[in-house]
Design a protein around this ligand. Structure first.
Ligand code: FEO
Length: 170
């Protein structure tokens, strides 16, 4: 059974994952409008992944006797400046998500909720991968600089970084 404190903290994370999905969906649409197929596919897939992160939390909260809440979400931006700005925003966003997961891990230890602590380890590993991926992409963009043909190749290359979201499981 979840304590009220853990239930609230997990529900806050449900909102963060849902908002992440919305932000990446907005990025996908922005890139698609500019004709960058690879980047938009990457962002659509990333948005789906965040929805899976959200669903996994919802299932866990409900299975542990809590009530997962679906709340109102903040509207994401519609413009993202340049690719560099957009991927910097993505990286900063993931750093914020990692901090939130770490705070959750901390709360689970304070509450001596070892089942939740164990559940959260999946998110801890996932955040390491997501931050590394975003950093990797930013490094590539910095190498390209202002080279237009470089962006064409980048748009093609990024398709290889698309990962299929795992089905939610507990
Ligand atoms: Fe679900 Fe990208 O954090």
């Amino acid at each position: 059974m979840l304590s009220k404190k853990i239930e609230e903290a997990l529900n806050k994370q449900v909102t963060i994952e849902a908002e992440s999905s919305q932000v990446y969906l907005a990025m996908a649409s922005w890139a698609e409008n500019l004709g960058f197929e690879g980047v938009s596919q990457f962002m659509y897939a990333h948005s789906d992944e965040e929805r899976e992160h959200m669903l996994k939390l919802i299932k866990f909260i409900n299975e542990r006797g809590g009530h997962a809440k679906v709340s109102q979400l903040a509207a994401p931006p519609t413009e993202f400046g340049s690719f560099k700005d957009m991927f910097q925003t993505l990286f900063d966003h993931e750093v914020m998500v990692s901090k939130s997961i770490n705070d959750l891990v901390d709360i689970s230890l304070q509450e001596k909720d070892y089942a939740t602590h164990n559940f959260l380890q999946w998110y801890v590993s996932e955040q390491i991968e997501e931050e590394a991926l975003a950093r990797n992409i930013l490094d590539k963009i910095n190498l390209i600089g202002d080279d237009k043909s470089g962006f064409y190749l980048f748009d093609n290359d990024i398709k290889q970084l698309i990962v299929n979201p795992e089905p939610p499981q507990i």
